[in-house]
Design a protein around this ligand. Sequence first.
Ligand code: 8YV
Length: 324
Amino acid sequence: MKSKIIVARPIFEETLDRLREHFDVTDNQADVAWTKTSWTQALAQHAGALTTGSDPVDAEVLKACPSLKAVANMAVGYNNFDVPAMTAKGVQASNTPDVLTETTADFGFALLMATARRIAESEHYLRRGEWTQWRYDMFAGAEVHGSTIGILGMGRIGQGIARRAAHGFGMKVIYHNRSRLSAESEAECKATYVSKEGLLKTADHVMLVLPYSAASHHTIGAAELSQMKPSATLVNIARGGIVDDAALALALREKRIAAAGLDVFEGEPKVHPDLLTVPNVVLTPHIASSSIPTRLAMANLAADNLISYFTQGKSITPLNTVTA
Ligand code: 8YV
C-alpha cells in the first residue's frame, strides 16, 4: 500500500504526477487556506508532507501527528520547522538548498538596483501621468557600480550576491557573518570580513541574507538604522522579522536612510501599513526565488526528498538525522 502524503499548497502538475507514482497524494490545487487547526488535522492523516515556508511544523503540530514520518520544505529557509522537535519525534526534515542560490542572488541584485535607482518610485510617477518635462535631478538615486555593498549573512546566496557585486559592478564587498569564510572563498568573492557595526557605518548598500531565528530577530532595528549612512539603502531578501518594519518605515519617512527594497515582511502576507505609504521603498511579495525553472527545481527536489526518504530511509538534502 502506498504511503499517504499531503502537498500543502498548489504545485506544478508534473511534480504531483511524480509524487503520485509513489504515494497516495492529497493535493491542495484549489489553494484552500489553512488555519493552524485545519492544517494540523489534515497533516495528522498523513505520513509525509510537502510544505512551503508558510506551513508550520512545530511541537504543537507534531504532538497531533504521531504517524508523520517526513516533511519536505519547498524552501531553503526552514524557520517554519522546529527541527529539534521533529528529530525527537523521528520525523525527517528536509529543505531545498542550492537549486535557488543563483536565482535568489539575481533577485537580490534586482531589488538593490531598483531601490538605489528609484525604479518603482519613478514608474509610479510616470503611470500617474505626472511626467511633464525632464529635470536634471529627476529621481536621482544612489550609485551602484563602484560603491560599497555590505552583506549581512554570507551563506550561499550572500556569496552569489558578492560575486555579482565584485565581478559585475566593481563594487567593494564587505560582509559580516557568524563565521568567517575561508581565505579561498573570500578571494573568490573579493570580500572583506568586518564587524556588524563597521558594516552598517561603511556600506552604501546593506543586503540582508541571513536565516531567521530568535537570535536574528530584529537584527536591524532603530539603533542599527541610525548607524547607517543617510545616503544608504537597505535590501531584505532574507526573512520577515530580521528587520523591525515599523522602525524602518519611520527611518525611511524621516530620510534617515535613503531607501529600502523588501521582499519579506514581519507577519507576511500582511505588510506594515506605514511601509505602504512611504515612497522610498520597493516592495515585492516574497518572490526572490521565483523564476519558473527554479521553482520547478525546488518543487522537484522537495518531492525527491520525500521519495528518497520513503524508499531509502533518508532524504537527499536532510536537515536532521532520524532512523526510518
Ligand atoms: C520560498 C524562500 O519561495 O527558500 C526560501 O527560503 O524564502 C523562498 O524561496 C518560500 O519560502 C516559499 O516556500
